[in-house]
Ligand binder design. Sequence first.
Ligand code: HEM
Length: 242
Amino acid sequence: MSVLTDVTRSTIGKKLLNGLTGLLLCGFIVAHLVGNLLLLVGSEAFNSYAYTLHNLGHGALVPIAEVGLVILFGAHAASGISVALTRRRARPTGYEKKANAGGKSHKSASSTSMIITGGVLLVFVIAHVAVFRGGFLAPREYAEVMINGRATHDLYALVVDWFNQAPTVGLYTVVMLLLGTHLRHGFWSAFQSLGATNPKYMPIIHNVGIAFAVIMTFGFLMIPIYIFLFVDPVAGSTMIGG
Ligand code: HEM
């Protein structure tokens, strides 16, 4: 009996951690999307933004944020996998049904596939950071751009080159749709894990989750598709500022 209580308690703790880290990651992707939308404005706007970001706090803010992101992604993935495994083991006892009881059933396809979409997203994030942050497999060498008299790397050109390739755009389209599926269920589920179980607010949270997932999916999707259709690979370097 006491073993069962310990298991339940630790599952609740992991769900809390999963919900909290999930919502913090939602905050990150909102900020990331807003910054990335400058890719639609052009080279000057995006490279200046990236330059400013990397120089915040005398260059210390981005590395600190990166450590925070690694912790967030790691804790979110580990707690998610652990809760899913516990739930799977407990399924024959009817725990699953009980956990999802209460009004309209939200046990949709996205609920059961959270672990799969989450796994794909984790692999995506690692490859994505290696390519865009680390310059791994860069399509060519880039001349530096001058921003406010300082040379910095041409991140805009790197992104534009990648999104001028149909396979990259195809891959991003699939992954962004999976991100939408993950967010659609995850947003609502996070609030539930954090104790927002009042039947009055559940439909509202559910609908906000759907709206959030749709906005994030289309926001992120717009970027590769727009670049693929309307932006030519950038040649040479640009001078920005004095
Ligand atoms: C079309 C969609 C996206 C574009 C164009 C994009 C673009 C970029 C770029 C250019 C960087 C490098 C930033 C820098 O060096 O300052 C970056 C980093 C990153 N992106 Fe994305 N991104 C997209 C979607 C996503 C999504 C959906 C996620 C998460 C689910 C994500 C997570 C990250 C992370 C964690 C980093 C590393 C941040 C850092 O190290 O500072 N990105 N992205």
